[in-house]
Design a binder for this molecule. Structure first.
Ligand code: C2E
Ligand code: CA
Ligand code: CA
Length: 700
């Protein structure tokens, strides 16, 4: 309401004016607004108290329009001056914002509002105006603007949708770019157009949960304008937008994460596969085998079924690996796995435990015959020569079998027993299968104990060479000695070779043992010769295995050299069985020895299957008639006939003949009558230690 003071007394008029002034000041304070006027005639300025405060000047100090211009930041000055000049000329309302540096150095945003007042003759009288400090307001505006820009340009999709209709009220550039619609198009669309797979139920559920929590995270699929699709993760919030209940939705394209998730899954699956499979053959490995075995035990128990566990070991694998290399070994394993697999049923588990060890679990088996059939098929599958890149190999396998629940009902026992049976198969000459029996366990235990102590014995050289003299049957004089090993066990005493030689052969320890015997015997022979005694020829038992050692001949020559032992003093005995197991190779190896002047005798002759043609080709000098033929002479007609035949054969091949195991006078006479030149047997002497032999030689 305008205040009329024209008709008031000066006192009252002054009072009224003061009151008006006071109200103005209050307005200024509330609006952070300072008022001012410039007398355009006198150029004097009048500023309100609030104005001084806003500009940071002491109240009442001299101010003019120039005071204002000196404070305006240079960037705003030309515009400010121009606007002021314009306002003076046109009389129009002047409005502008600018930044000022106050006397305290602080820069603030001001909003200036001013107008020219004219007198009755239209001459400009005053410029009156207000200054508002809008620093805080512009800061908030600025921030809001920044935020809006940020959201607008964000690569994430941002939508504001009407809570009821789900129509889009706002979409950002990110949304338009992702979907291929223009923003205008989208603003005429609805959430369901973009997420066509979202069901009414889902929306219902979402609305409900958003009511409670105000925000939610969901995954859905967006469909672009070109109908292609991509997964999104949506973060939804409730808000008020332009006086409407709305949802703001932040959507992130999820395809990369989905891809990574899938990649992870695949990787995890691969890792799991690798953890449970043998990389070479792709078969289940030990871990998976054990897992399956456990499963089968459980199901077999429940359904009262039988199953069999087969342990398969390739017979010559180590040799192949060692001599031809791991590549060849790998090829063999891969091919073996293939062959086995073609024989087995889908439900049988073939695994590779490592090395050349395979296992098969035969599920739901009715009879032992069924198992035997499969085992035989597995063995037969190896009969066909196995062709690798550069070699054709002949490989066989030995199989041990344990059955559930007959032999055992626990994993460990089934494995142990199948393994034991497999060793039995090896013992039985390989290339066969054996069912487990309880006696095997005891034997296997003994074997393990024996093998361990045998190793210790080799290390501690608990062996001693005994000698058994060989006689000229007619003259009854010593012509040689066979070295026979004895194991002098620290607790057990003397152990004869029959008890440990087979295991020593199998474990390879025989090589070390024979080396020891050779050294002792050669040393002893040299000493006897040096003393002027005559022990004749030293007969050493030699396993083919040792002959196949690469450095055997070098070792032999070195030992001979060490003990001053002459080649002509030496005879090597190889059993018929071993020679004939690979006659071609025996011919090659033995010829090299024969060339050194060393004689070769065939031991245990008559127990193996010699072929006459090979006998002719072998560089032999002697046949040893096996003691099993002599034992029952003269009682057994058959043995008499065989012995006579062997002697005849030897003569025809121009070989020397020696009879082993001659114990009686009758046997000796029979031998002499049949013109066999040499005899070795208890009839003359048992194997004796060197001390006893020394006495014997000295007595001669
Ligand atoms: P072998 O080579 O056939 O040795 C002859 C075996 O017959 C010896 O048994 C000997 O004691 C035994 N013997 C000799 N005369 C008679 C007799 O009149 N009656 C009876 N009943 N037996 C007689 P030994 O010493 O127990 O050796 C057994 C086998 O062990 C040997 O059979 C040989 O194959 C093997 N062996 C012994 N020492 C060695 C060795 O140093 N190296 C290798 N590789 N094998 C050896
Ligand atoms: Ca012998
Ligand atoms: Ca013999």
């Amino acid at each position: 309401m305008p205040i009329d003071i024209k008709n008031d007394s000066p006192d009252i008029a002054l009072k009224k004016l003061k009151a008006r002034e006071s109200i103005l000041r209050q307005f200024e304070e509330i609006a952070q607004l300072g008022s001012w006027e410039v007398d355009l005639v006198t150029k004097r300025s009048i500023w309100s108290k609030k104005s001084y405060e806003i500009y940071g000047l002491p109240y009442g100090s001299d101010v003019s329009i120039d005071t204002f211009f000196t404070m305006v930041l240079p960037a705003y000055l030309p515009k400010a001056k121009e606007l002021f000049a314009q306002a003076m000329q046109t009389g129009k309302m002047l409005k502008f914002t600018c930044k000022l540096r106050r006397t305290d150095g602080e820069v603030r945003d001001f909003f200036i509002n001013a107008r020219v007042i004219y007198d009755a003759e239209k001459n400009p009288l005053k410029l009156i105006g207000t200054t508002q400090d809008i620093t805080e307001i512009s800061a908030i505006k600025e921030e809001a603007k920044d935020l809006a820009t940020l959201l607008e340009h964000s690569s994430n999709e941002i939508y504001i949708v009407d809570m009821e209709s789900l129509d889009y009220l706002y979409v950002n550039e990110g949304a338009s770019a992702a979907l291929g619609y223009t923003k205008e198009e989208l603003l005429h669309m609805n959430v369901r157009d973009v997420s066509p797979f979202i069901s009414t139920e889902e929306i219902k559920y979402l609305r409900k949960s958003l009511k409670n929590t105000k925000h939610a995270i969901v995954r859905s699929v967006h469909q672009r304008k070109d109908a292609s699709r991509y997964p999104v993760q949506a973060y939804i919030h409730t808000l008020e937008y332009k006086h409407k209940h709305a949802y703001v939705i932040f959507d992130t394209d999820f395809s990369e994460i989905v891809r990574l998730e899938e990649e992870h899954k695949e990787q995890a699956e691969l890792m799991e596969y690798q953890a449970y499979h043998d990389t070479l053959t792709g078969l289940p490995n030990r871990a998976l085998f054990k897992d399956r075995l456990q499963q089968i035990i459980i199901t077999s128990k429940r359904y009262k079924q039988k199953f069999a566990l087969l342990f398969i070991d390739l017979d010559q694998f180590k040799k192949i690996n060692d001599s031809l290399g791991h590549h060849v070994g790998d090829e063999v394993l891969i091919e073996t796995a293939k062959r086995f697999q073609t024989i087995l049923r889908e439900e049988d588990t073939l695994s590779r435990l490592g090395g050349d060890e395979f296992t098969v679990i035969l599920k739901n088996i009715k009879t032992k015959k069924d198992i035997a059939k499969v085992a035989q098929k597995l063995i037969n599958s190896m009969k066909k020569p196995l062709a690798t890149k550069h070699h054709t190999l002949h490989i066989s396998s030995s199989i041990g079998i344990s059955t559930y629940p007959d032999d055992a009902s626990t994993q460990n026992d089934l494995i142990k027993f199948a393994d034991t049976a497999m060793y039995k198969a090896k013992e039985e000459g390989r290339n066969n299968f054996q069912f487990y029996s309880s006696e095997m366990t005891e034997r296997a235990f003994e074997r393990v104990v024996l093998e361990n102590s045998l190793r210790v014995a080799v290390k501690e050289k608990q062996f001693e060479a005994y000698f058994q003299p060989q006689y000229d049957a007619q003259k009854e004089t010593i012509v040689g000695m066979e070295a026979l090993v004895r194991w002098i066990h620290p607790h057990v005493g003397i152990i004869s070779p029959g008890e440990f030689i087979p295991l020593a052969q199998e474990s390879g320890l025989i090589i070390e043992i024979d080396k020891l015997v050779m050294q002792q015997a050669m040393e002893q022979f040299s000493q006897w010769y040096e003393k002027g005694l005559y022990p004749g020829v030293l007969a050493l038992n030699l396993s083919m295995r040792q002959l196949n050692e690469n450095n055997f001949i070098t070792d032999l020559l070195e030992t001979m050299d060490t003990y001053n032992f002459k080649a002509s003093w030496l005879e090597l005995e190889v059993t018929e069985g071993q020679v004939m197991s690979n006659p071609e190779q025996s011919i090659k190896k033995l010829s090299r020895l024969s060339k050194l002047g060393i004689e070769i005798a065939i031991d245990d002759f008559g127990t193996g299957y010699s072929s006459l043609s090979y006998l002719k080709k072998l560089p032999l000098s002697k046949l040893k008639i096996d003691q099993s033929f002599i034992r029952d002479i003269p009682k057994s007609e058959d043995d008499i006939a065989i012995t006579k035949a062997i002697i005849a054969l030897g003569k025809s091949l121009n070989l020397k003949l020696i009879a082993e195991g001659v114990e009686t006078k009758e046997q000796r006479d029979f031998i002499v009558d049949n013109r066999c030149e040499y005899i070795q047997g208890y009839y003359y002497s048992k194997p004796l230690n060197s001390e006893a032999i020394t006495h014997l030689l000295e007595a001669n």
